[in-house]
Design a protein around this ligand. Structure first.
Ligand code: AMP
Ligand code: GLY
Length: 427
């Protein structure tokens, strides 16, 4: 069996690594991949961009690929699954209509409201003056969100009216995120603890994956600018069994049922970003139509089931007949970034220590890396994710930082406190 994985980040390295472990998989092609996927047994890269849908279709046909798994949101929102399915190719992910859950925050807020799924109170604005008038009297802090995809940067937490006005001007006036800012959502600020809840969905049934929590802020103590994620661990203690049941009953099932009522058969990964309030209510901050990055790396490192089986069950509409088995040990991943990320940073620095993940409970997943003159060099903001399994999160954290400390390049940066909430709970 031949599988194509679309994307080039740490999530895609983890997906390719996990899929290649299945005995019946002969080869995994990653497009475009990174230096980590290039070096993985049974895996090779093809230099086709993740948003080049025509090129990816051609690649899948030329290579007689049996199954394609899409990593990032942009090709999903652009309709890659519709195109593959129209051509008769098996492709795992939602259609463009399903991917609106990530592609349009205004659509998603209206959907959540229509189906009584808990989320922050909000209003959508297509008129900048109406948005500016709204923040003259709204409660503070407030949250301004560009409607469309903005690479994780389109959400601005405003603590003062001046900040809210500046955010609206940035999103809707300056069009800092392009057409993503034609509409904006302004919603109440929620307090609580965040967690990520991901599942496979087959249109009807939902198979929850292990829970996780990521750290979106760049700096220690969750300070500094928002990033794609600086580290993550699994499971998230804030989602105990009772809370997982609640999330399924109050968020995941009503979402899939609501989509069905709207005539959508959502197939693919579905990621609910949740704020668990002091009142014990899981409120939806966002949906993603894909796996999270870096959450995928610690989650899949714990997966003992065959990921190909799970994805095929989802494509066949029989997720109710499979179960996901997990390593009982928690895992924790630390992102190593290029200094300066998420703003400007260097590329092309030679990385050393990449063979430090020999032991079975350690793994270095690559993200922004490429090969140059027999070296692996940095080629992006988030460069690596060092993942470890441990007896508890404290142990996994110590092992992950042990791995981090064997790796270096000029101006490498990481947070030293990934998992601190879970470690504090264990004390
Ligand atoms: P989103 O892309 O919508 O998940 O937003 C990015 C980050 O902004 C989230 O992970 C939260 O940390 C924060 N955030 C978004 N919406 C809210 C909200 N209503 N209240 C508090 N924090 C929020
Ligand atoms: N780590 C957050 C995300 O993938 O959206």
């Amino acid at each position: 069996m031949k599988i194509l994985v679309v994307g080039s980040g740490g999530r895609e390295h983890a997906l390719a690594w996990s899929l290649a472990r299945a005995a019946r998989v002969d080869e995994v092609i990653v497009a475009p991949g990174n230096a980590g996927t290039a070096a993985e047994p049974k895996v090779r890269n093809e230099n086709v961009g993740a948003e080049d849908i025509n090129g990816l279709l051609r690649l899948a046909q030329d290579e007689n690929v049996d199954l394609t798994v899409i990593g990032p949101e942009a090709p999903l929102v652009a309709g890659i699954v519709d195109r593959f399915v129209d051509t008769g190719l098996r492709c795992f992910g939602p259609t463009a209509a399903g991917a609106r859950l990530e592609g349009s925050k205004a659509y998603t807020k209206d959907f959540l409201d229509r189906y009584n799924i808990p989320t922050a109170a909000y209003e959508n604005f297509s008129d900048i003056d109406a948005a500016l008038a709204h923040v003259e009297s709204c409660a503070l802090p407030t949250v301004v969100k560009a409607d469309g995809l903005a690479a994780g940067k389109g959400v601005i937490l405003a603590h003062t009216r001046e900040e809210a006005i500046a955010a609206i001007n940035l999103v809707m006036g300056d069009k800092a995120f392009g057409d993503a800012g034609n509409v904006c959502v302004i919603e109440d600020f929620l307090k609580g603890e965040e967690a990520s809840f991901m599942a496979l969905v087959d249109g009807e049934h939902i198979l929850p994956l292990a829970t996780s929590q990521d750290h979106k802020a760049r700096d220690e103590d969750d300070k500094g600018p928002n990033t794609g994620g600086m580290g993550a661990y699994s499971p998230a203690p804030v989602i105990d069994n009772a809370m997982a049941g609640k999330v399924m009953a109050e968020v995941m099932r009503p979402t899939i049922e609501g989509l069905q009522q709207d005539g959508e058969k959502y197939t693919g990964f579905l990621y609910a970003g949740l704020m668990i309030g002091a009142d014990g209510v899981p409120r939806v901050l966002e949906f993603n139509c894909r796996m999270g990055d870096p959450e995928t790396q610690p989650i899949l490192f714990r997966l003992q089931s065959d990921l190909v089986d799970l994805i095929e069950a989802a494509l066949d509409g029989r997720l109710n007949s499979v179960e996901a088995e997990w390593d009982p040990r928690p895992s924790l991943g630390v992102v190593l970034a290029a200094g300066g990320y998420p703003e400007s940073y260097d590329k092309g620095n030679v990385i050393t220590g990449l063979d430090a993940d020999g032991p079975a409970d350690l793994k270095i997943f690559h993200a922004g890396t490429k090969e140059r003159d027999n070296n692996v060099v940095t080629s992006g903001g988030r460069v690596l994710c060092c993942v470890a399994l441990g007896d508890d999160i404290t142990d996994a954290q110590a092992k992950a930082y042990g791995l981090v400390d064997q790796i270096s390049w000029d101006n490498m940066y990481c947070r030293r406190d990934i998992g601190y909430r879970a470690v504090a709970r264990e004390r």
